[in-house]
Design a protein around this ligand. Structure first.
Ligand SMILES: *[C@@H]1O[C@H](CO)[C@@H](O)[C@H](O)[C@H]1NC(C)=O
Ligand SMILES: *[C@@H]1O[C@H](CO)[C@@H](O)[C@H](O)[C@H]1NC(C)=O
Ligand SMILES: *[C@@H]1O[C@H](CO)[C@@H](O)[C@H](O)[C@H]1NC(C)=O
Ligand SMILES: *[C@@H]1O[C@H](CO)[C@@H](O)[C@H](O)[C@H]1NC(C)=O
Ligand SMILES: *[C@@H]1O[C@H](CO)[C@@H](O)[C@H](O)[C@H]1NC(C)=O
Ligand SMILES: *[C@@H]1O[C@H](CO)[C@@H](O)[C@H](O)[C@H]1NC(C)=O
Ligand SMILES: *[C@@H]1O[C@H](CO)[C@@H](O)[C@H](O)[C@H]1NC(C)=O
Ligand SMILES: *[C@@H]1O[C@H](CO)[C@@H](O)[C@H](O)[C@H]1NC(C)=O
Ligand SMILES: *[C@@H]1O[C@H](CO)[C@@H](O)[C@H](O)[C@H]1NC(C)=O
Ligand SMILES: *[C@@H]1O[C@H](CO)[C@@H](O)[C@H](O)[C@H]1NC(C)=O
Length: 714
């Protein structure tokens, strides 16, 4: 690297920090860089006694925990920058010269907080530059216990829109104090100890009045008598938001909210309200949101038509612990004139225990989009109520005590606009195919079934299958879906169970019955078919067994095949000639070497057939008879049967090999044949399966020695 490139390299590296050095920020301050658009300087430290000079890009200055005494020129250094926002937090300030602020011409926001030593009477003397830019005055946590009536008298030429005196110690307010703030929109007096507030003199421009966390025991009176003595008029004609959260208000009466014609939002949470009277919103035709939550246990009575309002669209009554299950309200009238309600929150209360009262209460609310009934002690899900809310989009039923509902159609039917359904923390064990109508279930975006005591048994099969195919978002699945049953699966994730190889019968008992029945039917049919198919083989088996093991002991062989020219004489009819010559002969003669006498081949030409038969029968040791329908029909063959029967009488049944080539129909059965079949067992010819068995039995029979027969049998 030569010197030149090194220098260029260093220059490039140094450039940003050199630029930063041009900002002249006091060592006890942090100034945002030129490039950032925060334009903020923050100074800290008790040893800082003055306001230093800031770089010109700084618009916002925050002095935090310094130690300032501000004389006439105390803020001079601030006149060199375009100061828009000035914040003083805990700087031990006890004095500010009245003219200190006069040359801060761009100031828009002044925030003085935690300056406990700064007396209100010092502050009220301050002279501000009469700029319309000064809009936000914030005085927080400075232990002010009162506001002088002329406190803001010097601000009439400014355009203060936002006054915030929060977290002080004010106990009584006369709104005359604010009367010179003729552009005031937001008046915030939160977190004081205000017990009474006289609204007279309040700028009528105020649209938001925030009085939360004070000690008011009644809703401030916003009405004033007309000058002409004819009736009353509103002090706050444009008031849109009234925040009275966290006070000590115990009653809301019909007149409580009078003279607020533009009121849209009423926040009155956390007040010990004991009774809500009729028609409390009668004078608030623009009212759309009411928050009446966190009442504790004090709410004891709600009068008829209390919420009579055609404009009210959102009513939050959470944590009221109100007993809707008792007689302190009228279920028929409570919401009957609140037909524009789209959101209703009644969480943490006690809903009626009967379906009828629930219906009376909810049926007027045809436009509901959000209904929240968490922790309302529901032990069952009512029928035909939710389907009535055809535009309902969100339904929360968490932390109740119902286990099941079975008839999904009457509980959730028709709710095709439903997108979010929350059912966590109940006692649901099993989700069935019928628990939700499928169109409703599939149009959901979110379903929450967390923390229910799921049963991980085969009854859950439908749900575990649905989970795998679902498109709906199951909130916090799988961590919060756990089995409680059976005991051995306690605390196992439902997902793990669903993914395990569950050995479950089909979910419908009827199906399982049908399957068992059809299985047994099928096996029966198979069994019968096999039985029928194998009948011949079975018979042949028995035949073979007899041939093999039915030898009488102690008898000696009477004759021997070697004594004869032919091993066997074959009797068959012409129709079966094909089989005898093509199948029987090759197998017995060629494969087994047993010599057979066949009349077509072996008979001597010229001799009569009867003579031939007699002659060759004598030359043969055994007789094979091939039986078939054709055989039965042939008279000639019948005659041969008579002849061979004579042999049986002499040598016993072992002399025969009776082969039933085809089963003989009963109509062709003759007496001779029957006598023959009775005299000796027959072997059935079986092609394909069982053919081997046939041949083994046939050959075994042919080879079986003839035994002496007792004369008694002759
Ligand atoms: C202005 O700032 C400079 C240095 O930052 C300081 O020395 C001087 O005392 C300041 N002036 C006043 C009036 O506070
Ligand atoms: C603040 O400054 C005054 C003198 O201006 C001094 O007497 C006092 O001790 C300082 N306070 C603290 C907490 O440094
Ligand atoms: C405000 O500025 C004017 C003129 O620039 C000057 O005469 C006056 O002394 C300043 N006032 C204060 C309190 O600095
Ligand atoms: C006023 O300043 C304090 C201290 O920095 C801050 O906590 C508070 O939020 C500010 N108030 C407003 C309304 O900006
Ligand atoms: C607030 O003011 C009261 C008197 O009005 C005083 O007794 C109390 O000590 C002050 N509290 C603080 C934190 O300065
Ligand atoms: C009330 O608001 C309307 C418009 O919103 C405005 O024209 C009217 O001047 C306001 N009234 C008062 C007393 O500020
Ligand atoms: C409901 O309020 C309207 C005015 O908003 C009133 O005219 C009507 O009488 C009230 N209904 C009942 C039953 O009180
Ligand atoms: C009912 O509420 C809707 C908004 O939810 C609003 O637009 C409508 O004006 C209200 N009806 C009445 C009579 O105030
Ligand atoms: C599903 O069916 C079973 C048996 O009929 C029943 O015990 C359970 O409560 C049902 N589940 C639901 C969510 O209704
Ligand atoms: C669903 O709506 C149809 C037609 O609007 C109605 O006949 C049926 O009774 C409703 N079902 C339930 C459960 O309310």
């Amino acid at each position: 690297m030569n010197l030149l490139t090194r220098c260029v390299f260093m220059f490039v590296l140094l450039t940003p920090s050199m630029l930063a050095k041009t900002i002249d920020c006091h060592k006890q301050c942090k100034c945002s860089s030129m490039q950032s658009n925060k334009h903020e300087a923050i100074c800290r430290g008790r040893d800082l006694h003055y306001i230093p000079l800031f770089p010109e890009n700084i618009y916002n200055v925050r002095m935090i925990r310094t130690n300032l005494t501000i004389d006439k020129n105390g803020f001079d250094n601030l006149t060199y920058i375009i100061l828009k926002k000035f914040e003083l937090y805990d700087n031990l300030i006890s004095y500010i010269h009245p003219n200190a602020f006069t040359n801060l011409t761009f100031l828009a926001t002044l925030n003085i907080s935690n300056e406990n030593r700064l007396n209100v009477d010092v502050l009220k003397k301050l002279v501000f530059f009469p700029s319309k830019k000064l809009e936000h005055l914030i005085f927080e946590h400075s232990n002010w216990s009162y506001l002088p009536l002329d406190m803001f008298s010097k601000f009439s030429r400014n355009k203060v829109t936002n006054l915030r005196i929060m977290g002080n110690a004010l106990s009584s307010i006369k709104c005359q104090t604010f009367s010179d703030l003729n552009s005031l929109f937001f008046l915030i007096l939160s977190e004081n100890f205000i017990q009474d507030i006289d609204m007279t003199g309040i700028p009528s421009t105020v649209i938001r009045l925030v009085l939360n966390d004070n000690m008011l025991s009644t809703i401030p009176n916003m009405c004033v008598n007309r000058h002409d003595g004819k009736g009353i008029k509103s002090l706050l004609r444009n008031l849109s938001v009234l925040d009275l959260n966290g006070n000590s208000i115990s009653r809301i009466q019909e007149k409580s909210l009078s003279c607020l014609p533009k009121l849209k939002k009423l926040l009155i949470n956390g007040n010990p309200i004991s009774r809500i009277h009729s028609n409390i919103f009668m004078n608030n035709p623009m009212l759309c949101l009411v928050q009446l939550s966190k009442i504790g246990y004090s709410l004891k009575k709600i009068d008829d038509f209390a919420f009579n309002s055609s404009s009210l669209s959102s009513l939050m009554m959470q944590e009221t612990n109100f007993h809707f299950d008792q007689g302190n309200y009228n279920p028929k009238t409570i919401f009957s004139l609140s037909q524009n309600l789209t959101s209703l929150y009644l969480d943490h209360s006690y809903l009626p225990r009967t379906e009828i009262k629930l219906q009376q209460m909810f049926l007027p609310l045809k436009k509901l989009k959000v209904l929240s009934l968490s922790s309302t002690s529901l032990t069952f899900l009512p029928k035909n109520i939710f389907p009535n809310f055809q535009s309902l989009e969100v339904l929360s039923l968490t932390a109740n005590r119902f286990a099941g509902w079975n008839d999904g159609h009457s509980v959730f039917g028709n709710m095709t606009f439903l997108r979010k359904l929350y059912l966590s923390n109940n006692l649901i064990k099993i989700i069935n195919a019928t628990s939700f109508p499928l169109d409703v279930l599939n149009s959901l975006e979110e379903l929450d079934l967390t923390v229910n005591p799921f049963a991980c048994t085969c009854d859950q099969l439908w749900f575990t299958k649905w989970i795998k195919t679902k498109k709906v978002k199951l909130i916090r699945y799988p961590e919060y879906y756990r089995c409680r049953q059976p005991p051995e699966l306690d605390n196992v994730e439902l997902k793990k169970y669903a993914e395990s190889e569950m050995q479950c019968p089909p979910w419908n008992p009827l199906y399982s019955m049908a399957i068992v029945l059809s299985c047994s039917g099928l096996s029966l049919v198979t069994f019968i078919t096999i039985g029928l198919k194998c009948q011949t083989n079975i018979k042949n088996y028995i035949y073979l067994w007899r041939v093999k093991y039915n030898r009488k002991k102690g008898y000696f062989p009477l004759t021997n095949a070697d004594d004869f020219e032919y091993h066997a004489f074959v009797v068959y009819c012409d129709a079966d000639r094909n089989w005898v010559h093509r199948t029987f002969l090759p197998k017995i003669e060629q494969d087994e070497g047993i010599k057979l006498c066949i009349h077509h081949r072996d008979f001597e030409v010229g001799e009569s057939i009867t003579a031939n038969i007699n002659k060759y029968l004598e030359k043969s040791w055994k007789v094979v008879v091939i039986l078939s329908n054709e055989f039965a029909k042939s008279e000639w063959c019948q005659w041969e049967v008579d002849v061979v029967q004579e042999r049986r009488r002499r040598y016993g049944k072992d002399v025969f090999l009776l082969i039933m080539l085809k089963t003989i129909d009963s109509k062709h059965m003759t007496n001779q044949l029957r006598a023959l079949l009775d005299s000796a067992p027959s072997l059935r010819y079986q092609s394909w399966v069982g053919e081997d068995l046939f041949w083994v039995a046939a050959i075994e029979t042919l080879r079986k020695p003839l035994e002496q027969v007792t004369t008694a049998l002759l």
